[in-house]
Design a protein around this ligand. Sequence first.
Ligand SMILES: Nc1ncnc2c1ncn2[C@@H]1O[C@H](COP(=O)(O)OP(=O)(O)O)[C@@H](O)[C@H]1O
Ligand SMILES: [Mg+2]
Length: 401
Amino acid sequence: MPKFHFIEKAITIQKLPWNKPLDTWTGTVPQVVELPRGESRHVVTFISLDNSLYALKVLPAGGGKQELELLRNAQELRLPTVTPYGLVLLDDGSEVLITRYLERSLPYLTLFKSPSLERYRQHLLDAMAGMLVQLHLAGFYWGDCSLSNTLFRRDAGILQAYLVDAECSEFFPGPLSADLRVKDLELMENNVQADLSFLASESSLPEGFSYYDSGALIRQKYHQLWDVVTKAETIGQGENYRINERMRQLNALGFSARDVQLAPSPMGDQLRLKISVTDRSYHRDRLMDMTGLRVEQMQARKLVNEIEELRARLSQERGQNVPIEAAAFYWLEQVYKPTMLELKPLAEQRQLQQDEANPVLNTDPVELYCQVLEHKWFLSERAQHDVGHQLALEDYIRQFG
Ligand SMILES: Nc1ncnc2c1ncn2[C@@H]1O[C@H](COP(=O)(O)OP(=O)(O)O)[C@@H](O)[C@H]1O
Ligand SMILES: [Mg+2]
């Protein structure tokens, strides 16, 4: 009898036909669903249970447990990885790692085969670099970073990258050593090159696409980002505002400060500023705490900005300081939810239009909401006064619906 270990409450996974090899499930097990995916060494099967999607990956003895633990630690540190769900120990000794299917994610194959690739290429490289910086800051050595092992999710017009395969990974205390970072980047460069050469050999890349430098560009971007995020600066007397400036700079890059250290500098009355950076989830967590909404990082930043704006307006109208939590509640009930309701038909209509030729068509409702915000900003700029949420929404639906 197989043994089950679940991290969260158990779903009906026990009832699946575990006595049959997983590579024979497709076509015979009704819960199996076909979804786009990257290259893989192991058997990977997607299933739909209780209205949720899961990925099942068959690994040799010990492999599943190890990957489960790594992903679990990574999730605790809020790193951008898929979420582990559980483990099944099969009678033949092999192990099945179960992860939650990363909703709305695109494997790179889909992105690279899309005609709109050129527009997304830079985002894709930035997303890979940002993800690696975040992992390395937390002491996570990937050991097999590749395009196939990364999933991409649309986030307010850009892409966010997520680690999907932690088979060769390892955690080290504190930020990763320079040696290991170099090693990880080398592996990434070789893998990315191999992934793209494969697509080139299949003639799947757009005409004239320079694929051979993609790995090197990710590495360059990574180093730039790492330097900005980890640099120590000296601050002169009366220059305390620079601490705030630095934090804002980090926030703009999507990172947030965990610890600000100031130590006397050898240069006399100057101070040495070192900020330890944790993650890129600052706005995401803030929005989650205030509203319970779980969205992507850049989306969260836009929504939090809108809440801050609303708070200022409410405070002005009421002649008193409105707490951010109260503004967030008002926003959720009076602005966000009604708008989402009005955008629903548009999201559904786009879902129907999404096909092979148009794999990156925006169908995510939160993404549509963010576009309405952009539209409001655009209309207000043009009119040189605030046109208001409702007018922007109506105009957006009229133009893009
Ligand atoms: N939780 C998940 N959500 C979405 N896609 C997934 C998930 N797990 C695996 N996949 C898809 O399956 C592919 C193979 O998974 P991976 O863990 O890389 O297997 P392997 O170790 O065999 O390379 C990935 O490239 C990805 O497209
Ligand atoms: Mg893989």
